[in-house]
Design a protein around this ligand. Structure first.
Ligand code: GLN
Length: 468
C-alpha cells in the first residue's frame, strides 16, 4: 500500500475499494511505528479515536458511495494536529512540561469541524513549547527531525505538523501561525502552508500565545487539499468574536499584477533561495501575469515590532499557568518562555510602555498602511518564506536573535492580519526544499489558492517525497 498524495486520490481509492479507511489508519500507524522513533513528530497517538471514526467512514462509503463525499467533504482524510489544540479527554501540552498530564475538557472548534466533515484525527503533534520558536528545538519533549535531512530541523513552531505530513503519518495537519509557524515549517518540508486572514478561522480551544497575531493554519501536500480544509474550517462558531468572515470575489482567469518587494530580496537572503524564488517569478511572468517591483520600507522593522508585541501578549497569556489554575509546575517553563515573559513584562511596565509597546503599535500601524497602499497597485505579493532552507539542529540554538530573524519575511502577514500561502518552489543543490509565499489583502485566500494552483500545474515539486 502507498499513502495517498491528495484528497482526490484518496477518494478514488476509497470508492474503488483499493483500501478501506480502516486499512488506511492501520497503514499510517504502521508508518508511525516504523519511522516516528527517529522523526519524533508525535506527542500523543489517538488510535482508538481514529479507528472508531474510520469504521464510521467505511460504513458511510458502503452505504452512500460517492454521495458520502458530497455530504462529508473530508471523509477518510487522516489528520494530525499541533498540541496547541484541545481535544476533549486527550492529553494537551502545547509542547510544554508545564501542561504535562493536562487532559482537555473540551475540543477546539477547528478539530471539531474537521471531524464533523468526516476527517479522522490520528495524533497530536510536537511543537516548540507554547509555539515559541522557529525550529522545534524549544519543545520540552524532543526535537522533531526534518524528513528530508534528519540532521536538520523541520522548522517551527509547528515542527511536528510539517514533519508528520511530509513523512506520510497523516495527509493533512493543523498548525498555528503567529509569526510564521505554519509557513516556515511547510517550506522546510516541501509542503503547502496556509496562514489565513486574522479572524477567518475560530481559535476557540486553541491555547493562546499572542492574541492579536495567532491564527489557525493548515499544512498539506497540495493547494487543493489545503483549500478544501480551509473551506471546512473557516467561519463563525459563536465562540471567537474575532471571526468575521468576508468573501472577496475575483475573476479566476484574470492575469494579475504581482508585486515583488525589494526589501525581501536584500542581503539576508541565501543565494539559492533567491535563485529559486526568482525562477518562480519567471514562471508567473511566462504565464502572462504582470510582475512589478515594489518597496515596503517599514517591513524591515517587522521583527523588532513583533518581538515587542508578541512577548507583551505572551506575558499576559502565560500568566494563567500559575500552578493554581492550570499548570502543575510553573517552574517548568523553559528558557524561551521565560525570556518572553520577562521581555513582555518589561515592555509593558510603567517606565517603558511608551518607549517600547506604544511605539511598536504605531510602527505596526505604519506597516499595515504601507501594505494596504501596496495592494492598491498589486493584486498579490510574492516573496521568499524564510531566508534559508532548513538549518542544522543546534545551529541557531545559542543565538536567539538569529533564530528570531528566521521569521523576517513571514511576520508581515501576521502584523497586518493578512493571508499568506507558502508553496513548494523546488530544492536546493543538496536536496533541501525551498518554498515561496503568496501574500494578499484580507480575505483574498481564494485568489492565493487560484494563483498557487496555477504554479502547481506547471511544476511537480510538491509531488516529490522524502525518503525516510
Ligand atoms: N518563530 C516565531 C516565534 O518564535 C513565530 C512563532 C509562531 O508563529 N508561533 O515567535
Amino acid at each position: 500500500m502507498e499513502a495517498p498524495n491528495s484528497f482526490k486520490t484518496l477518494k478514488a481509492d476509497l470508492l474503488s475499494g483499493k483500501y478501506s479507511t480502516v486499512d488506511l489508519v492501520d497503514y499510517y500507524l504502521s508508518r508511525i511505528h516504523a519511522f516516528d522513533g527517529e522523526i519524533q513528530s508525535i506527542l500523543t497517538i489517538t488510535d482508538e479515536i481514529a479507528f472508531k471514526k474510520a469504521k464510521k467512514a467505511d460504513a458511510l462509503i458502503k452505504k452512500l458511495k460517492a454521495k458520502a463525499f458530497a455530504e462529508y467533504p473530508l471523509l477518510g482524510v487522516v489528520v494530525g494536529y499541533k498540541d496547541m489544540f484541545l481535544k476533549d479527554g486527550v492529553r494537551t501540552t502545547a509542547g510544554s512540561r508545564v501542561l504535562n498530564g493536562y487532559v482537555a475538557q473540551y475540543s477546539a472548534t477547528a478539530v471539531e469541524k474537521l471531524e464533523t466533515a468526516g476527517a479522522i484525527t490520528i495524533a497530536k503533534l510536537n511543537q516548540d513549547a507554547w509555539a515559541h520558536g522557529a525550529s522545534g528545538e524549544n519543545s520540552d519533549f524532543f526535537i522533531t527531525k526534518n524528513p528530508y535531512d534528519k540532521a536538520r530541523v523541520a522548522g517551527g513552531s509547528s515542527s511536528g505538523s510539517a514533519a508528520a505530513v511530509a513523512s506520510d503519518f497523516c495527509l493533512i495537519a493543523l498548525g498555528t501561525d503567529t509569526g510564521g509557524s505554519v509557513r516556515q515549517p511547510a517550506s522546510f518540508t516541501n509542503l503547502v502552508g496556509l496562514k489565513p486572514t486574522y479572524g477567518a478561522i475560530s481559535r476557540w480551544g486553541v491555547i493562546a500565545m499572542s492574541s492579536s497575531l495567532d491564527t489557525v493554519g493548515v499544512i498539506g501536500k497540495n493547494i487543493a487539499d489545503v483549500k478544501q480544509t480551509y473551506d471546512v474550517l473557516k467561519g463563525e462558531d459563536g465562540h471567537d468574536s474575532n471571526v468575521r468572515l468576508q468573501t472577496k470575489s475575483f475573476d479566476p482567469g484574470k492575469k494579475v499584477t504581482i508585486g515583488i518587494p525589494k526589501e525581501f530580496f536584500a542581503e539576508r537572503l541565501d543565494p539559492e533561495v533567491k535563485t529559486k524564488v526568482e525562477e518562480v517569478i519567471n514562471t508567473y511572468q511566462q504565464m502572462g501575469h504582470k510582475i512589478i517591483n515594489i518597496s515596503l520600507p517599514h517591513t524591515k522593522y517587522g521583527i523588532s515590532v513583533y518581538y515587542i508585541i508578541q512577548p507583551a501578549e505572551v506575558s499576559s497569556n502565560l500568566a494563567r499557568y500559575d500552578g493554581v489554575r492550570y499548570g502543575k509546575d510553573r517552574l517548568a517553563f523553559g528558557s524561551e518562555a521565560k525570556r518572553r515573559i520577562m521581555l513582555g513584562s518589561f515592555v509593558l511596565s510603567a517606565g517603558h510602555y511608551d518607549a517600547y509597546y506604544l511605539k511598536a503599535m504605531k510602527v505596526r500601524n505604519l506597516i499595515k498602511m504601507e501594505l494596504e497602499k501596496a495592494y492598491e497597485k498589486v493584486d498579490v505579493i510574492l516573496a521568499p518564506v524564510s531566508p534559508t532552507p532548513a538549518f542544522k539542529i543546534g545551529e541557531k540554538q545559542g543565538d536567539p536573535i538569529s533564530m528570531y530573524l528566521s521569521d523576517i519575511f513571514t511576520v508581515t502577514a501576521n502584523l497586518t492580519g493578512t493571508p499568506s500561502v507558502a508553496i513548494p518552489g523546488g530544492f536546493s543543490k543538496s536536496g533541501l526544499p525551498i518554498g515561496f509565499q503568496l501574500m494578499g489583502p484580507r480575505f483574498s485566500e481564494d485568489l492565493l489558492f487560484n494563483l498557487g494552483q496555477k504554479y502547481q500545474a506547471q511544476t511537480d515539486w510538491h509531488t516529490r517525497k522524502a525518503v525516510l
